[in-house]
Design a protein around this ligand. Structure first.
Ligand SMILES: [Zn+2]
Length: 373
């Protein structure tokens, strides 16, 4: 089997450490998944324990692929929340009981003896969709994921942007309705408070409490706390008017946010991923209707709105893309250093002192002069 795989292909481990499930895959540089493993996230036990389970899954995935960790180039991981990714530290991930300041990469590097890299989960999925999914060949792409919250990622001029504090993913917290429902973040009328999982369920519950007849209520035996977006989606497929209305209202708010993103980023493509996107046309049609009505200066026609192509695999494939990117960057840096060392005798300061002879605290460049000087 192993011999049949493309000779010389590089293999990476991609980990999707979600709040519910951990998925890990061995992915080659062509985006093919060679082996995978899953574990429950058990978010209530904290992020550190989830990382240990992810390491366990990584070892299983490597074995399933018929490989050893020595044949893996590097590990990439997508984790929900805010991070200091360069340091490998999770700053805060609301999904996990204990996540503040938890090291994510150090335990992975230690256990597998491999370089490891991380980013926010949606940033990682954006990389996956851009390299191997719906956004292939696009230099301007925005991705949003619809789930418990709304996440986002942006490719600008062909490169993923994360922002100086890695805040690019927080599109879910742009204000859409200043008088709207309160959001978990403390603000009122955030996009995810209007288009996230809870908002969808709340719309259905309110309609039922107002006496509307719908199959949704019967499907959960009138235990309204058991209503899920998936159930609403299934009811819509069966022609349930209330379910269709709930998704149309949600699609309206999603469309407002998407029209805003199109004005901001002028993307060629906007990719919609995440579990709730599986509600399909019941959500997509009202989204597109709203975007057409609201996007004028940058018209809706300039941007294709597409469902994710990689679906559930976007996380592990994207994480492998992250690992490959980071390794390539390190290799380029090393090559530059080697070239610089070889050219060292010629590299002299204008005053004839070789850079190496300068005291370590000497500035390598003159500080910039005052403005206008
Ligand atoms: Zn918010």
């Amino acid at each position: 089997m192993a011999e049949e795989r493309s000779e010389g292909a590089r293999r990476y481990l991609g980990a999707d450490i979600g709040g519910t499930n951990i998925r890990v895959g061995v992915v080659d540089d062509g985006g093919r998944i060679l082996g995978e493993a899953r574990r429950p996230a058990l978010a209530e036990t904290g992020l550190r324990a989830a990382v240990d389970r992810a390491v366990d899954a990584m070892l299983e995935a490597v074995a399933t692929a018929g490989l050893t960790t020595r044949e893996i180039v590097a590990v990439g991981a997508g984790v929900p929340g805010n991070h200091r990714s360069r340091e490998g530290i999770c700053v805060y991930s609301p999904n996990f009981a204990d996540s503040r300041g938890v090291p994510v990469l150090a335990p992975i590097r230690e256990a597998l003896n491999l370089p490891a890299f991380m980013l926010n989960d949606v940033a990682v999925q954006t990389l996956g969709e851009h390299r191997f999914g719906a956004g292939q060949g696009c230099s301007q792409m925005v991705m949003i994921t619809l789930g418990t919250g709304i996440g986002g990622g942006a490719i600008i001029d062909g490169e993923l942007r994360v922002g100086p504090t890695e805040g690019f993913a927080e599109v879910g917290h742009m204000t859409i309705d200043p008088d709207g429902p309160f959001c978990g973040c403390g603000n009122q009328g955030c996009w995810e408070a209007l288009g996230g999982r809870d908002a969808i369920v709340r719309r259905a519950v309110t309609k039922i409490q107002h006496g509307r007849q719908t199959a949704i209520a019967e499907m959960v035996d009138y235990r309204l706390g058991s209503i899920t977006p998936a159930l609403i989606g299934r009811s819509a497929d069966q022609g349930d008017a209330v379910a269709i209305e709930v998704l149309a209202e949600t699609g309206y708010y999603l469309g407002i946010g998407i029209a805003n993103l199109i004005q901001l980023y002028n993307p060629e493509i906007l990719v919609i991923g995440g579990g709730i996107a599986q509600a399909g046309r019941w959500l997509l049609e009202p989204i597109i209707r709203t975007v057409r009505a609201k996007a004028h200066m940058v018209p809706a026609s300039t941007c294709r709105i597409m469902p994710s192509q990689l679906g559930d695999d976007a996380g592990i494939i994207g994480a492998s893309v992250l690992a490959a990117m980071e390794v390539a960057q390190l290799e380029r840096k090393r090559e530059t250093e080697v070239a610089r060392t070889e050219a060292a005798p010629e590299r002299r300061k204008p005053n004839g002192i070789a850079a190496e002879e300068l005291p370590p605290d000497a500035p390598s460049e003159l500080p910039p002069g005052p403005p206008g000087a």
